[in-house]
Write a protein that binds this ligand. Structure first.
Ligand SMILES: [Zn+2]
Ligand SMILES: [Zn+2]
Ligand SMILES: [Zn+2]
Length: 200
């Protein structure tokens, strides 16, 4: 094996070639010969090194933020708005594994990934703290399925012009009032009600 002729490039040249796979690929796709300014394997790249995965017993380090992860793809999407392909290309990680070896994380360090972003979380948690806070912020109290008819609405129903009744009934049904409560006020049997004003 000989080394790539690209300046500073430490990678092996492809068999029978003078360039490493990265430089060869770029050359063949019309990107020209290696430049001194090229990022090469081992150069600082974000929080990591270009072309090198940093995997230890705490997980895989994210090149964007340095966080140790069990799963990189979900994290880079959520935390950095990048696809895994963009992330790999940016940091020269196209050909390295970002997966933990099956027994790569020691049991005492093994934590499960946050369901939102892949960051390892404490044993009894399912979400990391930022994700949990974001979820709490968007969580709204559950809307009750049905609500009682108000006295005012009952009055409207019983004095309503028959021509306007369908519209009023639809509006109340749409506003979570049970059909049988409406039927009771307008003196309709439940079966007539469901025939004339079926819930949509
Ligand atoms: Zn090279
Ligand atoms: Zn990150
Ligand atoms: Zn998270």
């Amino acid at each position: 094996m000989t080394t790539c002729i690209g300046a500073r490039c430490p990678d092996d040249a492809l068999p029978g070639e003078r360039l490493c796979w990265r430089h060869q690929k770029r050359f063949e796709s019309g990107g020209g010969l290696p430049l001194v300014s090229d990022m090469v394997t081992g150069d600082p790249s974000g929080h990591g090194r270009y072309g090198l995965a940093d995997i230890d017993t705490y997980g895989v380090a994210c090149h964007e933020c340095g966080e140790r992860l069990i799963s990189v793809p979900a994290h880079v999407k959520k935390a950095h708005g990048m696809s895994i392909a963009e992330y790999r290309a940016k940091h020269g990680l196209e050909r390295v594994s970002l997966a933990l070896p099956p027994d790569g994380v020691e049991r005492r360090h093994r934590r499960r990934p946050c369901r939102g972003c892949g960051t390892p979380v404490e044993r009894n948690r399912r979400w990391c703290i930022p994700c949990a806070e974001a979820r709490d912020a968007t969580k709204q109290p559950p809307v009750p399925k049905r609500r009682p008819l108000t006295a005012e609405e009952a009055g409207l129903l019983s004095t309503c012009d028959p021509d306007d009744l369908p519209e009023l009934v639809r509006r109340l049904q749409g506003d979570r009032v049970p059909s049988n409560a409406i039927a009771r006020v307008i003196g309709m049997s439940p079966s007539d009600m469901s025939e004339r004003f079926p819930r949509r």
